[in-house]
Design a protein around this ligand. Structure first.
Ligand code: GRF
Length: 225
């Protein structure tokens, strides 16, 4: 039994976010963590692409940023070590992957054991890997959604923290579905991060127990007709 969230309150947890793309999840996390009384603060945003929109969002919010390029490192270990170095320089305690398109390897997992969260745009364990929304749409599922999980050495295989379900409507395009899922991502990720930094998560085998605040639940259903 491990206790990935053990920490003494009421300090504010220092969170680093890694992203590769536009950063709408980052924006949702910034909004949640800058609200009065938030138990988390985003202290740095890193990207593997200098042009990632997420970096601009971070700068606009006056959050320090860094870029680590894969091509500057001979192998994956070196790339991972560079990420660890940057995150440690900002005294990061928790890491959120928010559309980060690189696999996380042993140096990161060892530096932040059970303290890396990821958002995946499908109801895991269905449709792991790239383009979860497209995979679900092409498969013809009736219910799609998203998952926040703790990161382990596999691809989208880590213990599940929270899930949000959305319907697939008649005539939906991949784009429509992706947007509906994305809105759900913006709801579940901030909640999962809050529970994590508040020390509410306990992992036993691969099941996550959450000491939930009253009235909260680790699942969501989009009521779109
Ligand atoms: C999201 O769909 C997320 O689930 C996936 O990558 C996308 C990132 O979107 N991992 P954004 O950059 O947060 O807008």
């Amino acid at each position: 039994m491990s206790d990935p969230g053990a920490r003494s309150l009421p300090e504010v947890a220092r969170v680093g976010v890694l992203a590769s793309g536009g950063g709408t999840n980052l924006a949702a996390l910034i909004e949640a963590t800058t609200a009065q009384g938030s138990p988390a603060r985003i202290v740095v945003v890193g990207a593997d692409r200098p042009r990632a929109g997420a970096l601009q969002r971070a700068r606009a919010a006056q959050i320090p940023t860094f870029v680590v390029l894969k091509r500057d490192h001979p192998d994956r270990r070196g790339f991972d070590r560079a990420l660890v170095e940057q995150l440690r320089a900002h005294h990061v305690e928790w890491v959120c992957l928010a559309g980060f398109m690189k696999r996380i390897g042993p140096p990161m997992l060892d530096a932040f054991p059970s303290r890396i969260l990821n958002i995946h745009p499908a109801l895991l364990p269905a449709f792991p890997g790239l383009d979860g929304q497209g995979q679900a749409h092409r498969h013809g599922v009736r219910i799609a959604g998203c998952t926040v999980h703790l990161v382990d050495a596999g691809t989208d295989t880590g213990p599940i923290v929270a899930q949000g379900a959305v319907p697939v409507l008649q005539g939906d395009t991949e784009h429509n579905l992706q947007q509906r899922i994305l809105r759900m991502e913006h709801t579940i990720y901030p909640a999962a991060l809050r529970w994590a930094v508040e020390g509410r998560l306990t992992v036993e085998d691969r099941r996550v127990h959450i000491d939930l605040p009253e009235g909260e639940a680790p699942w969501w259903f989009d009521p779109t007709p």
